[in-house]
Design a protein around this ligand. Structure first.
Ligand code: ACO
Length: 323
């Protein structure tokens, strides 16, 4: 059986940090409100001229280093983003060129906050089909560019960043446990597209637009859909919540993350949290959190890790992987 093995992860955050106090100086908000409602204390913001592909390239380089692989080994680049550098070409092709890769395929995936889960599942299927051997899977965003900085209900929630992993087709044999991506599950329900969207685009308005959200409704759907996506992964593999070593959830809101864990009966001590210092970085949030917990030794070889996310569309899904 061919499995997609997760060889390493890397992340990149822009240098500039925007704290809740900084935001309170710009819009009618305060640290107490933001912290109590979301758990967010600060987020990173890309510098003028620093693009999604720049963040993605930096994260990809670090992932390659962690994986012990060279860019020349890569024959598939899948980049999840809702904030590409340009309408086209894809930011994935820019990253590919930045890394000096001249073969294989490169393309973007758009599933907003679920983008990385969609990208991972897509790359996994290409590898399992034998069509490609080694993939860079990246989530990268510059949401600061599509925020309405006068709208306090949305501008306090998001940040910029990128995370990446290297996947390699292998058998997973010769290790203590069956390694690699064990199962992935993707969902979409476009009836809810108006609850979280950007009010601009090349075809409809010929503008870039700003993020708009009905927060309460998104919140309600998120806890239900995410718990379902995790349940589905467990059912497909015959595993129980107690078997999961780490949940690496999409980092939208501490209350969504804790609500989902509670619904599943999983203790918060087994949930990776970065939303406090990253904010919601959309497609970048899962690989950023994964990289942090892997690099600091919380995630160990052989651990069973559950990745899950939900985002605009709505889209949602999960990926269960043995490191
Ligand atoms: N600072 C101070 N007050 C604020 C702010 C702010 N930044 N934003 C809103 N308020 C006010 C509102 O105006 C409202 O005031 P009012 O009662 O006088 O009208 C009050 O706070 C309560 O607002 P609600 O919207 O009811 O607050 P709620 O408890 O629903 O929290 C939040 C809002 C944090 C957005 C929440 O709904 C949420 O987290 N939703 C999920 C959204 C999300 O995470 N989206 C990310 C993308 S999707 C995904 O990744 C899953």
């Amino acid at each position: 059986v061919i499995r997609s093995l997760l060889l390493g992860a890397g992340a990149y955050l822009p240098e500039k940090v925007l704290t809740n106090a900084d935001l309170a100086a710009q819009v009618d908000t305060d640290d107490a409100w933001i912290t109590a409602r979301t758990g967010i204390r600060q987020r990173h913001i890309a510098a003028e001229g620093e693009c999604t592909s720049d963040l993605a390239t930096a994260a990809a380089r670090r992932a390659l280093e962690a994986a012990g692989r060279d860019a020349r080994d890569i024959d598939l680049v899948v980049l999840a983003t809702a904030t590409p550098d340009y309408t086209f070409p894809s930011s994935a092709t820019t990253v590919q060129a930045n890394l000096g890769i001249r073969r294989g395929a490169a393309f973007d995936i758009q599933a907003v906050c679920s983008g990385f889960i969609y990208a991972l599942a897509t790359a996994d299927n290409f590898l399992k089909a034998g069509q490609h051997k080694r993939a860079l899977v990246i989530g990268a965003e510059t949401f600061s560019r599509i925020l309405d900085w006068n709208d306090r209900t949305t501008c306090v929630l998001f940040g910029d960043g990128a995370g990446a992993v290297v996947l390699e087709a292998g058998t997973g044999e010769g290790t203590s446990a069956d390694r690699g991506i064990l199962t992935s599950h993707l969902h979409a329900d476009g009836r809810y597209r108006d609850l979280l969207y950007v009010d601009g685009g090349p075809s409809k308005t010929k503008t870039v637009g700003h993020l708009r959200m009905t927060g309460k409704e998104v919140f309600r759907h998120a806890v239900v859909n995410l718990a379902d996506a995790v349940g589905e992964a467990l059912e497909a593999t015959g595993l129980a919540p107690a078997d999961i070593d780490w949940i690496v959830p999409h980092q939208a809101n501490l209350r969504i993350i804790e609500g989902t864990a509670k619904k599943l009966g999983i203790d918060n001590s087994r949930v990776v949290i970065t939303v406090d210092h990253h904010g919601n970085t959309s497609a970048a949030s899962v690989p950023l959190a994964l990289t942090e917990a892997w690099a600091d030794g919380r995630i160990q070889p052989g651990n069973l890790v559950l990745l899950e996310a939900m985002g605009g569309g709505f889209t949602w899904g999960s990926c269960l992987v043995r490191i």
